[in-house]
Design a protein around this ligand. Structure first.
Ligand SMILES: Cc1cc2nc3c(=O)[nH]c(=O)nc-3n(C[C@H](O)[C@H](O)[C@H](O)COP(=O)(O)O)c2cc1C
Length: 443
């Protein structure tokens, strides 16, 4: 047993492939993974072998990227995917994203609590307000302003948690002898009435092993931080530097305290992507292979990289290290926190193309290297107080999950910073979250 604080890890499932939307063409990939639920289940089982705390599914109910050559950004339906995985696993958590804007409390409360019961207490709800116009269009409306979206989000979580608590904790009797199935005096309507939402209840679903699902949140505005401080046990974030992440974590912890909770009740999971190979050269070569699938996009990315470092890289040989004089002219763009890393790599002698391949303009920090490089990165962020855990995204899930589980996890365990086994069988036990049933009294 160790008393050392250990990192928590959730695996982003994306659409069954990985975080890079062109890796589906690699020989290692299963090209039709999007519609192959067996593969999803296999990946989940593999992650469970590696004691990964939870699977994490982002979602936007709309087509938001070009499918001509890219894989989708999200699963076909997170609820259905989570349900399939729930029946084939026993310990790994299942955190799904469901919009507070484009749902009604009763259907959401019902889906998530039923899944929590079915999975024996392993569900988390990433409650996001959603700001994609395509999603709004699918629901015949437009994106409301931020204040309104967040007011509705507070109401949504209040209403859902009230419904979850509407079946009393001890109401489920199922006693054949006495013929008493349930104590209806403990199953009561909630009569929730907000400005945007209302529901009567009760919701006829008993508690799960963890009581009810845990709440997660994503969205870094002031309103998002308040929502997280009030309700969230986990926050999914995408900082690019340790300093940025540390600051955000402190703000979130403070927000939890302001809402009458303990700072430790809130865990930040920073997004992180990786490509693992036996050597750094091989890892980089794989990313170059993926870039070759789309030369037009690579051209556009070179333009973007040029803006990030203040030099027109396309006027130079993009396959060679920059001349010394040019390296001295490089300047990180103050508005993009990824720019200093790009400048650093170019100064170290990476060519512009290799710098791109190192993932400097991905939407999370990227490590391209060996399993040890990945473990070192995670350890540095974790031990510097930047984060409580990680939301990891392999470039391609089909081999990335296996490599992470078989190669990175043992290193982290050896270093004492990742658990060797699940602490319990529920998500709350494994993330060390307090038990909760219904809406907290303070709320
Ligand atoms: C790391 C991260 C992940 C997110 N994932 C999702 C998602 O899966 N689905 C979704 O609809 N919105 C997602 N969002 C968007 C939020 O719902 C929110 O609309 C957006 O961040 C704007 O929030 P803000 O007003 O707090 O800035 C995500 C946001 C962040 C920062």
């Amino acid at each position: 047993m160790t008393s050392q604080k250990q990192m928590k890890i959730v695996l982003q499932m994306v659409s069954g492939y990985g975080g890079e939307f062109k890796t589906w063409r690699l020989p290692e990939a299963k090209a039709d993974a999007y519609s192959d639920m067996d593969l999803y289940v296999e990946l989940a089982q593999l992650a469970e072998k590696g004691k990964i705390h939870a699977l994490f599914m982002a979602d936007t109910p709309a087509l938001v990227n070009d499918l001509e050559t890219n894989t989708p950004m999200h699963s076909m339906d997170p609820l259905i995917a989570m349900t399939s995985v729930a029946r084939a696993t026993s310990h790994i958590g299942l955190v799904g994203t469901f919009s507070t804007t484009f749902n009604e409390p009763y259907n959401l409360a019902r889906h998530l609590k039923a899944l929590d019961v079915i999975s024996r207490g392993r569900v988390g709800w990433n409650a996001v307000t959603t700001s994609t116009p395509q999603t709004a269009a699918n629901f015949g409306t437009h994106i409301a302003n931020r204040a309104e979206r967040y007011e509705r989000a507070h109401e949504m979580i209040e209403a859902v948690q009230s419904l979850w608590g509407s079946w009393g904790e001890h109401a489920y009797k199922h006693d054949k002898e006495t013929g008493h199935f349930a104590d209806s005096s403990q199953i009561k309507p909630v009569h929730y009435q907000g400005q945007y939402l209302s529901t009567v209840g009760p919701l006829p679903i008993p508690p799960s092993e963890q009581g009810q699902p845990a709440i997660f949140q994503a969205g870094p505005s002031g309103e998002g931080i308040k929502l997280a401080g009030r309700f969230a046990s986990g926050v999914y974030a995408n900082p690019f530097t340790i300093e940025e992440s540390r600051e955000y974590r402190e703000i979130l912890r403070q927000s939890a305290v302001e809402h009458g909770r303990s700072a430790d009740d809130i865990n930040i999971f920073t997004g992180f992507m990786f490509t693992i190979a036996d050597t750094r050269e091989e890892a980089l070569a794989r990313r170059r292979q993926v870039m070759n699938f789309d030369p037009v996009e690579t051209e556009q990315r070179l333009d973007y990289l040029s803006a990030m470092v203040g030099v027109n890289l396309k006027s130079l040989d993009v396959e060679r290290p920059l001349p010394q004089g040019v390296r001295e002219m490089l300047q990180a763009h103050w508005q993009d926190p990824r720019s200093p890393r790009a400048v650093e790599l170019l100064k170290e002698g990476y060519s512009p193309m290799d710098t791109l391949a190192m993932g400097v303009i991905n939407y999370h920090p990227v490590v391209v290297g060996t399993a040890k490089d990945v473990a070192d990165f995670l350890q540095e962020w974790f031990e510097s107080g930047a984060t409580d855990g990680f939301s990891i995204v392999p470039d391609l899930a089909h081999d990335g999950v296996k490599r992470f589980v078989e190669e990175v996890v043992p290193i982290l365990q050896e270093r004492g910073i990742f658990h060797k086994d699940y602490e319990g069988a529920t998500l709350r036990e494994n993330l060390d979250l307090p038990y909760q049933y219904g809406l907290r009294e303070e709320d």
